[in-house]
Write a protein that binds this ligand. Structure first.
Ligand code: MN
Length: 262
């Protein structure tokens, strides 16, 4: 194997590759564009298919999840989620959603999150991508109750809660995956400004995230790094290098060795 320094162009830590019209094309696109992508799933039933699609593609890494918005109708899949967490070191999308339309499943959401994180904690070496819309404090509380930073590394994805809670979570070992839309809002920029570089990762949340009237795709993390460089008044290569170092640190926690791609 010849060394291919700098082959990775970026990291998308939260993308629903299986929810685009042609997932295999997107998965191949990650290889072509050289974007390492965490392929989160919204139900544990979707995980195996994602593993099959990503087989042999070192840029795409499926994570097993149960989206909090789906917990109300799919609570019965919790045992399957727990079983797959024993097999998968990457986990997501998990979390809590406190929006009015999901409030009636909130107790079940908390149970799913607590039980899933407890399995992750007992297995160790797990990386989890977490949704926390309108339930940021509760999500962070469950992370702190069920996990330790030595065994489970939590990434708060598209976080929109208070800066104070975010800073506490960062001090506790949480990372934050940020996308372009966050950097377009004052609130998102204030959050990112309050967090240290070494706790940031990039993501897209495609295809739910829409940028310039089209569905976001993993390679959009390149422009997110440019915007982050502007915000930090830093050079793009400098920010790129820092984001790569963070991403490699996080993926190593889950036992992923990306040396072949570096
Ligand atoms: Mn998502």
């Amino acid at each position: 194997m010849t060394s291919n320094v700098g082959a990775i162009r970026g990291f998308d830590f939260h993308c629903h590759l299986d929810l685009y019209p042609d997932p295999p094309a997107l998965i191949e696109g990650c290889r072509m564009e050289r974007i390492v992508t965490l392929a989160v799933t919204t139900t544990p039933k979707a995980w195996r298919q994602n593993v099959k699609w990503a087989a042999g593609n070192p840029f795409v890494h499926p994570a097993v999840g149960l989206h909090p918005e789906l917990v109300g109708e799919r609570f019965s899949e919790l045992p399957l989620l727990e079983a797959h967490i024993a097999e998968s070191r990457l986990i997501g999308e998990l979390g809590l959603d406190g929006s009015p339309q999901h409030r009636n499943s909130f107790a079940q959401q908390k149970e799913v999150l607590s039980r899933a994180l407890s399995v992750a904690q007992s297995m160790g070496g797990r990386v989890v991508s977490l949704h926390s819309r309108r339930a940021e404090e509760e999500t962070i509380e469950i992370i702190q109750k069920c996990t330790t930073r030595e065994r489970v590394l939590c990434v708060l994805h598209w976080y929109s809660g208070s800066v104070k809670a975010a800073q506490r979570a960062a001090e506790g070992g949480c990372y934050f995956s940020i996308n372009q839309r966050m950097l377009e809002s004052d609130r998102g920029r204030a959050l990112v400004n309050a967090l240290p570089d070494e706790r940031l990762l990039t993501e897209t949340d495609g295809p739910f995230n829409v940028i310039s009237d089209r569905k976001s795709v993993p390679s959009d993390v390149i422009s997110t790094m440019k915007r982050l460089a502007e915000l930090r008044k830093a050079l793009v290569p400098e920010i790129t290098q820092r984001m790569h170092a963070n991403a490699i640190r996080v993926l190593r926690f889950a036992g992923l060795d990306l040396d072949l791609l570096l």
